[in-house]
Design a protein around this ligand. Structure first.
Ligand SMILES: Cc1ncc(COP(=O)(O)O)c(C=O)c1O
Length: 286
């Protein structure tokens, strides 16, 4: 029998009815503490299958944190070096976690993060540097992890009951695209709602399309509406979630809860599914 590793505990997270008709997938239950464990494992398995990634290789990735933690964890287990480019606003806890797994962290000025960083990494590869770039913003294995696994779990956990709305924060767009696509195939009238930070504000893990970068894996045609949210509202909802529901999650979970509640107010009978992407311990310095 194959020995179980920590990677076998990724996924199969609980779906909890946090409020009447609002069901949240609690992704902090993954071993690395976030939804990103799922996509990282999927991207790494595919790269290994294609022969792009071999033991001892160095993986380089821009990440606002959770993908970095997941990469460092999976990299530690599988014998890859992991070098992460992260915005200077990243929580110190995430940086410490990555280092604990043996990963390297390079902090980047927030304004240059993502678009410029992706261009820079591609240029390094062109110049012949021996690094592997999985690129969560372009890698189809990101939404596919959610299409094949996360969404299937939700459908199974709800035992086929109708879903009226799916609400998700948007970072790479993998969650909203992968889960949204599968749920919409099963429930034709489903409305898919995206959440992004109000322009100029930060909700860690989320980004605004108004910054001018649309991740290639994000399928905008799937999305019915996108809400811009003030970070203070996400933080208040996150605090309320801990104090009144006993779930300690990150600010993007607060954002998902806040918008789910707004939708519930206007659609009192609707069944709403959302995702709480990570655990709250990594934000306690706020
Ligand atoms: C805390 C947190 N919430 C939400 C998201 C958004 O998920 P996705 O990248 O699948 O759009 C991320 C992604 O980085 C995240 O780290």
């Amino acid at each position: 029998m194959k020995t179980k590793t920590i990677l076998d505990s990724i996924g199969n997270t609980p779906l909890i009815e946090v409020e009447e008709n609002i069901f949240a997938k609690i992704e902090g239950f993954n071993p690395g503490g976030s939804i990103k464990d799922r996509i990282v494992l999927n991207m790494i398995l595919e790269a290994e299958k294609k022969g792009i990634l071999k033991k001892g290789d160095t993986i380089v990735e821009p990440t606002s944190g959770n993908t970095g933690v997941a990469l460092a964890m999976v990299g530690a287990m599988k014998g890859y070096n992991v070098s992460l480019l992260m915005p200077e606003t990243t929580s110190p806890e995430k940086i410490k976690m990555i280092k604990a797994f043996g990963g390297e962290v390079i902090l980047i000025e927030s304004i240059r993060f993502r678009k410029d960083v992706i261009v820079d990494i591609k240029e390094r590869i062109k110049q012949g540097e021996k690094i592997v770039f999985l690129n969560q913003y372009e890698n189809p294995m990101n939404p596919l992890a959610h299409y094949q696994k996360t969404a299937q779990e939700i459908l199974r956990q709800l035992k086929g009951r109708k879903i009226d709305f799916f609400v998700a924060g948007m970072g790479t767009g993998g969650t909203i695209t992968g889960i949204g696509r599968k749920l919409k195939q099963k429930h034709k009238d489903l409305k898919i709602i995206g959440v992004q930070p109000k322009a100029g504000e930060t909700i860690e893990g989320l980004r605004s399309l108004k910054e001018g970068f649309v991740p290639p894996i994000l399928d905008l045609d799937l999305i019915d509406e996108i809400y811009d949210l003030e970070s203070i509202k996400a933080e208040e909802a996150r605090d309320d979630l801990a104090k009144n529901k006993g779930i300690l999650a990150g600010p993007s979970s607060g954002a998902a809860l806040y918008i789910s509640r707004e939708i519930a107010k206007n659609n009192p009978k609707a069944r709403i599914v959302t995702v709480f992407p990570d655990r709250g311990e990594r934000y306690l310095y706020y």
